[in-house]
Design a protein around this ligand. Sequence first.
Ligand code: URA
Length: 186
Amino acid sequence: MINWDELEKIVNNCGRCELCRGRHNVVLGTGNRNSKIMFVGEGPGYHEDMRGEPFVGPAGQLLDKMLASIGLNRQEVYIANVVKCRPPGNRDPLPEERETCLNYLRIQYLLINPKIIVCLGRIAAISLITPNFSITRDRGKWFYKKGVQFTATYHPSALLRDESKKRLAWEDLKAIKEKLNELENN
Ligand code: URA
């Protein structure tokens, strides 16, 4: 199994898909590498590409508030994305780009060994939970795979576009916190 330094070196030099061409920075992930909970988004946007850090733009500010609402912060959890390089014009990452880059995310969660992985939005959920995942239908459900509890909620960008979804996201967040408490006490 490779370690974090080796993973960083490989990902920083990655040229395995077209997304490497337009990037300013690779966005591997941030936070606590011993966290019991991981949050996974779709891919870097403009701000993230410029800074080399996930969720630092407007969606990230909302994610910080979502974390704070359940007593967490970005230093104590781990935050990453399905793809590590910004898709041009913020388009959805293509299936082959996701598949290639998922190898890195899988190494990340093998190294971190979280009990819970929260998918933020559809792209993370179809990549990590099941290809036919529907956010409207399946958000808030739990999927147990290889020792990890997976769930999904709305992407913060979706909440910025449609505030009426915030109530359901809040329900999901409360359930996530409860599950975390339950698993931490086991
Ligand atoms: N949206 C994402 O999915 N990830 C980020 O890092 C920023 C915005």
